[in-house]
Design a protein around this ligand. Structure first.
Ligand code: G1P
Length: 290
C-alpha cells in the first residue's frame, strides 16, 4: 500500500469565541508558549510521516502564510548580528516540512474548503487534521490512525467516548460492528445530533485518514440547512458506499476552540517546555500555597 505522506489542515473559521483577539490574529496563530497552536498540529503530522501539508486559508489569514515562509529580512538581520541560535531555529522551521497553501475565498463550509485540496492529494489517501484540536499522545494520533488505514484500507475517523451533553457538539458515529482493538465498522456519521438522534457515544475529534473517493462524495452532497457544504456529510456518504471505520485513539485532545481548552493546553505544554518548564512548575506550586 502507498505510504501516506500528505495532510490537509483547513483554517477557515473566524474564531468568534476568541474575539476580540481574533479580530486581528487568526485563531490558529494564537500562541502556546512560543509557537502558534497550528504548529503543534503540523509537528504531530511530521512525527506521523507526513512530508507535505496543505493549509487551506481564508484571505484574511495571511499571517499563517507568513509563519511558514522564509523571512528574508529577519534572517539577514540575525546573520548580521551573529544570532546563530535564532537563525538555526528559523531555518529548522522553514525546512521541517513542505507547506502548500490554497485560499478559500468564500466561507462555503468545511466540505467546500477540503474540496480545494483535490489536486494536492492527487488521488492519494491523506490525513485531515482540524486546527481546533490539539493532541498530546504517547504515539502521535495521526500515526495511530494511519496504522488503522493500512490495516483496513478504508477511511478512518479518530474518535473518543464522550457523554451528554458534550457529545452533542461533535460528529457522532453510527456503529455497525466492533472489529476489536478499539476499531469499529461504521454505518455512518451524523454531525452535531440532537439527544434523541444519538447512535453511540463515539465522537469524532478532528483527526481522520481519508480515502481519495471523498472528493467524488463532496461533489455529490447537498448543502446543509445553513447553506454550507459539510465535510461530515461526505464522510457519511463515503461510509455508506465504500465503508469507513472509527478508531478510539490513545491520547488527550485539547479543544483550542474553547478558552478553557486552550488554557489547559498552554499549561501542559509550558510545564514541559525545556526553557521555562521547571520555573513555571515552581511558580504554579507557589501559587497553590498562597
Ligand atoms: C468539527 C467537525 C465535527 C467534529 C469537531 C471536533 O466541528 O465538524 O464533526 O466532531 O470538529 O472538534 P466544529 O468544532 O468545527 O464545529
Amino acid at each position: 500500500m502507498q505510504k501516506i505522506t500528505k495532510a490537509v489542515i483547513p483554517c477557515g473559521g473566524c474564531g468568534t469565541r476568541f474575539l476580540p483577539i481574533t479580530k486581528a490574529v487568526a485563531k490558529e496563530m494564537l500562541p502556546i508558549v512560543d509557537k502558534p497552536c497550528l504548529d503543534y498540529i503540523v509537528d504531530e503530522l511530521i512525527e506521523s510521516g507526513v512530508t507535505d501539508v496543505m493549509i487551506i486559508v481564508s484571505p484574511d489569514k495571511q499571517e499563517i502564510v507568513d509563519y511558514y515562509t522564509p523571512a528574508k529580512r529577519l534572517n539577514a538581520r540575525l546573520e548580521q548580528d551573529g544570532k546563530q541560535k535564532e537563525l538555526a531555529l528559523l531555518t529548522a522551521l522553514e525546512n521541517k516540512v513542505r507547506v502548500h497553501f490554497v485560499e478559500q475565498t468564500e466561507p462555503l463550509g468545511s466540505g467546500h474548503a477540503i474540496a480545494l485540496a483535490e489536486e494536492f492529494c492527487a488521488g492519494e489517501p491523506f490525513v485531515l487534521a482540524l486546527g481546533d484540536d490539539l493532541m498530546r499522545a504517547p504515539v502521535p494520533v495521526a500515526k495511530q490512525l494511519i496504522a488503522v488505514y493500512e490495516k483496513y484500507g478504508k477511511t478512518v475517523l479518530g474518535v473518543q467516548r464522550r457523554a451528554l451533553p458534550e457529545i452533542l457538539r461533535y460528529g457522532v458515529i453510527d456503529v455497525k460492528s466492533d472489529l476489536g482493538g478499539g476499531t469499529y465498522d461504521m454505518n455512518g456519521i451524523l454531525e452535531k445530533p440532537s439527544a434523541d438522534e444519538l447512535t453511540s457515544d463515539l465522537a469524532t475529534l478532528g483527526r481522520y485518514v481519508v480515502a481519495p473517493a471523498v472528493f467524488d462524495a463532496l461533489r455529490r452532497i447537498k448543502p446543509a440547512a445553513n447553506g454550507e457544504l459539510q465535510f461530515t456529510d461526505a464522510l457519511d456518504l463515503l461510509a455508506r458506499e465504500q465503508g469507513a471505520v472509527a478508531h478510539v485513539f490513545d491520547g488527550k485532545r485539547y479543544d483550542l476552540g474553547q478558552k478553557l481548552g486552550s488554557l489547559q493546553a498552554i499549561v501542559e505544554i509550558a510545564l514541559e517546555h525545556e526553557e521555562v518548564g521547571a520555573e513555571f512548575a515552581a511558580y504554579l506550586n507557589g501559587r497553590k500555597e498562597r
